[in-house]
Design a protein around this ligand. Structure first.
Ligand SMILES: Nc1ncnc2c1ncn2[C@@H]1O[C@H](COP(=O)(O)OP(=O)(O)OP(=O)(O)O)[C@@H](O)[C@H]1O
Ligand SMILES: Nc1ncnc2c1ncn2[C@@H]1O[C@H](COP(=O)(O)OP(=O)(O)OP(=O)(O)O)[C@@H](O)[C@H]1O
Ligand SMILES: [Mg+2]
Ligand SMILES: [Mg+2]
Lengths: 154, 166, 154, 166
């Protein structure tokens, strides 16, 4: 039971590092028990963006925290894969470059699992296999299937 | 397992029945503020068993569609078609099936679940979803404004998360 | 003292309604005491977007809540004007049309007060009198004054 | 009153001294994630008296710039030039002035305030800012991720807000 836990923590930690490096183009991340001797102690997330000194999670920027949180959520799949991911505007704090990196990562996850994303972000939407538009008419929501049109400005 | 279709009627901002096909791969839902995108999210988690408090409603009655003028509707229903549960669902279904229709209805202040059209208790739905690793309160479901919440929880809470996936 | 409070509440409530209508292109908003007989009871915010039935604040969408919150913060100026507004990414949840409306409103407030906004949103940035760009080099932040260039695509 | 200039040295991600002129009207601060925009926000509220806990740091030492390799700097300083305080500041300044230089320094784990270059207690800064209706924890200052907070606070807390502006 104890071995099972450590092997899952190791798998998720190494997946977290892999995803972090991918989203940040470098740096490192890992999980650790607050007290390695006590299996029930709290779980710490260590995250160090590239070209920066390791620092409290809380000192990270809004966009950096978003990427770490998403990496953690996706890394949990190394413990138990989820059949679908349902993400509502998780990209609100991301700049263009990070939105693009996240979109590419989600596209990869979408090969194994269903990825359903609500977003206002063109970067993310461009990578989708299908797009549904929601409109409101007279207080009632309606859903329209939308065509992904290639823009003149790439 | 995959989510095939979601059908929403009378729930939150959905007056007439709306059906959305999800398919495999990457689906994006877009639209202006206040059009109903997060309400689709709510419908999906609602049919999977999430409580009304987590759906931005204090009581189940508030989930019934209320038009701009006139009375709220009397009934709301959300139906979800899931495919590929495979053998995991063996005992929980009335008979073996590749596709499962799961629905949840609100009427007269109470909510009822149906599986393949037959009424069933909430725990059957919970067990069915558990078999395919779906948890309406799970980490693979991230509500609007909640993405960094997993970092702000106490280290203890985060430690429990690992248990849940282990 | 009691009269002073009610007159401030009335001024802020009417300003909130004015700002709300402006940001939502209609609808209405107001402030009310939870118990009108008790001056120390809680303060309720009523907000009804256009073409929708009045509903709990909590049932509003992410973007709608953002607009109500900003309208409330700006309406407080009717009680006591602030010399500057310092807003860090308040527009994260707003779609294009709402960002534009907010930008126009902030531009107006900027005649009387200083408005300093941190944003990734082109709609908002376009309306600014000046723009500072922040970059990071070798772990150190640097600030550059930027030129607002009129885009070919308006 | 207007904020004229903000000067940041050794504070959070600012190694060499950076000076930003604010002027009247609408100023936008842009840049990619993690470049230091919110740190500018923090510097502005820091010099006005906000506590380190509200600046994403547990202790004041964490506000000292730490380069990617090597030791943190020994000292941090943020200086703010404010104009147009007018007669409101009469008694609080050493002598009448149109422009006021307010600065806050961290060294040896302690923070000190200076007004026109002379050391002063935190309450003098608080009084000075109060005269021009500036509150480092006021509603005219909205931190990243906190905009809807005012709606989520209890109605009691919101009621107190009205008192603060009345
Ligand atoms: N029971 C109900 N009946 C009718 N309309 C409702 C009901 N509950 C919520 N709504 C409406 O649904 C709208 C919110 O929809 P939703 O939260 O899905 O918007 P959204 O598309 O996610 O917007 P955003 O981009 O701002 O997050 C609100 O305007 C609200 O008035
Ligand atoms: N004491 C410090 N020394 C050096 N760097 C620091 C210090 N404190 C914070 N930082 C760095 O500052 C960066 C965060 O900056 P900031 O929060 O201002 O970003 P931002 O521009 O607001 O980004 P976003 O758009 O993502 O919100 C972090 O990468 C953090 O590592
Ligand atoms: Mg939403
Ligand atoms: Mg920031």
């Amino acid at each position: 039971k104890r071995e099972r836990f450590f092997s899952v923590m190791e798998a998720v930690s190494s997946e977290l590092d892999k995803l972090f490096r991918r989203l940040f183009n470098g740096g490192e991340a890992s999980l650790a028990l607050a007290d390695p001797a006590n299996i029930d102690s709290g779980l710490l997330i260590r995250a160090r963006p590239p070209a920066k000194e390791p620092r409290l999670l809380d000192a990270l920027s809004g966009g950096e925290k978003t990427l770490v949180a998403i990496a953690f959520v996706l890394a949990l799949a190394a413990g138990r894969p989820a059949p679908f991911y349902l993400l509502d505007e998780v990209d609100a704090a991301l700049d263009k470059a990070n939105s693009e990196r996240l979109a590419n990562l989600l596209k990869e996850y979408a090969r194994e699992a269903q990825v359903i994303v609500i977003s206002h972000n063109e970067e993310l939407i461009r990578h989708a296999d299908r797009v549904y538009g929601v409109v409101m008419r007279e207080g009632a929501s309606e859903v329209v299937a939308m065509e992904l049109v290639a823009h003149a400005r790439s | 397992a995959t989510i095939e279709r979601l059908s929403i009627a009378g729930f939150k901002s959905f007056r007439r029945r709306v059906t959305i096909a999800f398919h495999t791969g990457f689906t994006a839902i877009v639209g202006e503020n206040g059009t109903g995108k997060s309400n689709i999210f709510d419908a999906l988690t609602f049919v999977m068993g999430r409580r009304s408090r987590a759906l931005r409603a204090e009581r189940v009655e508030q989930l019934l569609h209320a038009p701009p003028t006139g009375d709220p509707v009397e009934e709301a229903e959300v139906a979800l078609t899931i495919a590929g549960g495979g053998t995991a669902w063996g005992d929980l279904l009335p008979m073996p099936a590749d596709e499962v229709l799961l629905s949840r209805r609100i009427a007269s202040g109470a909510s009822t679940y149906r599986l393949q059209g037959r009424t069933c208790p909430a725990r059957t739905v919970e067990a069915l979803l558990g078999e395919i690793h779906v948890d309406p309160n799970g980490f693979h479901i991230v509500e609007q404004g909640m993405v960094v919440d997993v970092l702000e929880r106490s280290p203890k809470r985060r430690r429990e998360i690992l248990d849940e996936v282990a």
